[in-house]
Design a protein around this ligand. Structure first.
Ligand SMILES: Cc1ncc(COP(=O)(O)O)c(C=O)c1O
Length: 753
């Protein structure tokens, strides 16, 4: 006798049928899960016996007559025996038939091997228009039914009556991947009952210090691509776990996406590789086939431990082998004066003999040198990687633009669009111009300021690029006319008296970074603004570091001070070369004709496309806030170690998003100390040149790791300092100074022109 106590899945179908008279439940010899429904649905329950093919034709016909058939059969018979009918009648016709496949994948301990549906996803996903839904458990399945039924597309569903396997943050949204556990080292993508094993694997990996994100990929088709790309970007290994043949299932889907998106990721497929298995009780089966949490964790660990040709981000036993770096450097020295195009990247800033010299690739906050050694990168290309290497969103924007062209014979619409974006984000911007390098923008700012004020003198404070007027103030100013040097004066940051002494009625502008290391003292920025106004000089903020980083609107937003002109570049396009001069319309108006500022690549579209994608992402991912929080933790960690160890001669200083390690020259040789810390960090897989140039891709775990490294290194450094053995502790050549500022030249009497 039929019991009328409905099971949860039956109750869900009965409810849907009650709400919608078009719902029809159809079955072919698979009544176990719906044995109580005939009594509830009456004529709207149709059992066609063993004829799966006929059942599909019937369902298609009913759908054509406005019905919404929900069809049940054993997954293996449904997807294979009825395949041609599903493809032709349902798929190509895009009919709203829902196909529910019972005992899919491993879910059988009764039927023979021929009954195992282990290629069902491959078969169904190859059918035009067909969606594929693989719920993790019965709760997931039932929550998804209304959305699936409302969707006019045909859909194949892997039926499961499993009790809850995982939490469901997105109930009723079957098209979305559910992140059922967070993690940054490894991403485990799975579906169905194996999500439970993935979670078990995650717990075991945690014991080894590896954090795994677990994603329940409920729909391999259409795939929630953003979630997979984010997982590939955030982690160093993507693992797919499926009770399906490796070909055509989740692993294939992920591979196709990565190839199509041009994203590189390490992949580990855990699936059935072209063999049938003997059905048995599920726990035994999982064990025998290698799908228990413990076995999955072991395979992941094995993969992560595989020697990949070099040191990794860990406490390595030796310094990295850098043979290829060295041989490239030997060739460079024959041909490239100075060897490097960016001073901060050159060997002079790294311990020669220990540090890598050439990098081959990067992803997130990790880089790999040409010898295959992996590093956590704290330099991040000296600033431009605000989101991280190979960010999937930005790279996709660049690739899309690349398909249309890089640079053109007329202007490109992105010039207008990005200019508008900047105006909307940065305070006081009435006018915008683009160029390629920071030095382009600061040079243009000076020329515009000189033209606008009809004055020649410039007052500056820190680094602004390689061009004449700034480098003239340093000891590396050979080749710069004396006349240029005589037009530039310097002042000291946070010292208003030095600003007053430098600025007069001949000053065209004061240019400086609103903050580098020390925060502005109360009244300092306001004071400089006032001095400029008193003398009719323009105030120019060099916001290469502060722009889009300490706040989306940079220092003008963070400190509430108006600059007449501001320059930007790092951070705005996640590594693509783009710089910006922005500011007052009446000043910038000089660029209409009088001031010449044009260059072939000024409106190059790949960089503009990168900026158009980066600026909204900086806001969406709350990058300034995230960097500030992580930087704060790092600074506190450094301070705690120094306090605990009584080390008073080093500090982590600067803005939270970009701090640096400073050493007091009175107590320790800063270059030797920096070299020692650098060599020890390199041994531990961290690339560092004194700064923590944080990007969104640096994770909490990276910060913790770095603090852990300081915890080990600083006491040893202190011992060497105390014993006077620091120079001897270096395993290579110490880093070199960059350049020194030279004194201000004698100036003509104030007011003289
Ligand atoms: C504050 C500041 N201004 C200007 C520049 C020059 O930028 P670029 O090297 O792109 O010419 C830099 C470069 O590091 C900088 O840090």
């Amino acid at each position: 006798m039929t019991s009328m106590v409905l099971q949860p899945y039956e109750a869900a179908l009965a409810q849907l049928a009650a709400a919608d008279p078009a719902v029809v439940v159809v079955t072919a010899e698979n009544r176990a899960a719906i044995r109580n429904l005939p009594g509830v649905l009456g004529e709207r329950f149709i059992d066609v016996g063993v004829a799966e093919q006929t059942m599909i034709g019937l369902a298609a016909g009913l759908a054509l007559r406005g019905r919404r058939p929900i069809v049940h059969a054993l997954a293996a018979f449904l997807t294979m025996r009825a395949y041609e009918f599903i493809r032709t009648d349902v798929g190509i016709g895009r009919l709203p038939v829902k196909l529910i496949g019972g005992v899919p994948g491993f879910l059988s301990d009764a039927n023979g091997p021929t009954h195992q549906a282990i290629e069902d996803i491959a078969l169904m996903r190859g059918i035009p228009g067909m969606k594929v839904f693989c719920p993790a458990d019965e709760i997931d399945l039932i929550a998804a039914l209304p959305a699936l039924l409302a969707d006019p597309a045909p859909c194949y569903v892997r039926y499961t009556a499993s009790p809850a396997v995982c939490p469901h943050p997105l109930p009723g949204q079957p098209h979305r991947i559910e992140t059922v556990a967070e993690g940054d080292d490894v991403a485990i993508l799975s579906f169905g009952l194996l999500v439970r094993e993935a979670l078990d694997a995650r717990a075991r990996l945690a014991a080894d210090g590896i954090s795994a994100r677990v994603l329940s990929v409920r729909m391999p088709k259409p795939l929630d691509e953003a979630a997979v790309l984010a997982a590939a970007a955030d982690t160093r290994l993507v693992v797919t776990v499926e009770d399906h043949l490796q070909i055509g299932g989740l692993y294939s889907t992920v591979c196709e996406l990565l190839v199509r998106s041009g994203v590189r990721a390490e992949l580990l497929p855990i699936a059935l590789t072209e063999r049938w298995f003997k059905p048995m009780l599920l726990p035994d089966l999982l064990m025998r086939e290698g799908f228990t949490g413990a076995q999955i964790a072991a395979r992941i660990l094995e993969r992560l431990d595989q020697p990949r040709g070099g040191n990794r981000v860990m406490r390595n036993a030796t310094d990295p082998v850098i043979a290829r770096s060295k041989s490239l450097w030997a060739r460079a020295k024959q041909l490239i004066p100075g060897g490097t195009q960016t001073l901060a990247k050159g060997p002079g800033q790294h311990v020669q003999g220990v540090a890598p010299i050439y990098l081959a690739r990067g992803r997130g906050a990790r880089v790999w040198d040409v010898d295959g050694n992996e590093y956590l990168d704290m330099t991040m290309a000296v600033g431009p990687l605000s989101l991280g290497y190979a960010d999937p969103v930005i790279d996709e924007a660049i690739r899309t633009q690349l398909g249309d062209g890089i640079t053109f014979s007329l202007m490109h619409p992105l010039e207008v669009e990005v200019a508008e974006l900047i105006r909307d984000v940065v305070p006081n911007v009435e006018s915008v111009r683009f160029s390629k390098t920071g030095a382009d923008a600061t040079s243009a700012a000076i020329r515009v300021a000189r033209a606008f004020t009809d004055r020649e003198r410039v007052v500056c404070c820190g680094y602004h690029g390689w061009h004449d007027w700034y480098i003239a103030t340093t000891d590396r100013g050979a080749g710069i006319p004396t006349a240029t040097r005589e037009l530039v004066s310097t002042f000291d940051y946070n010292d208003l008296d030095s600003v007053r002494a430098a600025v007069d009625v001949d000053t065209a502008c004061v240019i400086f970074e609103p903050m580098v290391v020390e925060p502005p003292q109360p009244g300092f920025l306001e004071g400089v603004r006032e001095i400029c106004d008193q003398h009719g000089a323009l105030l120019v903020f060099d916001e290469m570091w502060t722009g889009f980083r300490i706040a989306l609107g940079g220092a003008q937003q963070a400190f509430g001070i108006r600059a007449d002109l501001a320059t930007y570049s790092k951070a705005i396009a996640n590594g693509m070369p783009l710089s910006v001069l922005a500011g007052r319309a009446d000043v910038m108006q000089k660029l209409e004709r009088d001031v010449f500022f044009y260059t072939t690549f000024g409106g190059e579209a790949l960089s503009l496309a990168a900026a158009a994608a980066t600026i909204p992402e900086l806001r969406r991912r709350q990058v300034p806030e995230t960097l500030a929080a992580r930087g704060h933790t790092l600074r506190q960690g450094f301070a705690r170690i120094c306090a605990e160890r009584g080390i008073a001669w080093t500090r982590c200083v600067g803005m939270d998003a970009r701090t640096m390690v400073a050493f007091d020259a009175a107590s320790v040789d800063p270059l030797l100390a920096k070299s020692f810390v650098q060599q020890e960090l390199i041994r531990r897989g961290v690339l560092w040149s004194g700064f923590h140039n944080l990007s969104w891709a640096h994770r909490d775990a990276d910060i913790e790791y770095l603090i852990g490294c300081y915890q080990e290194i600083l006491p040893v450094l202190a011992d060497h300092v105390a014993a006077g053995t620091l120079a001897g502790a270096l395993r290579g050549q110490p880093v070199e100074p960059v350049f020194r500022r030279i004194g201000n030249p004698p100036r003509p009497a104030k007011g003289a022109r």
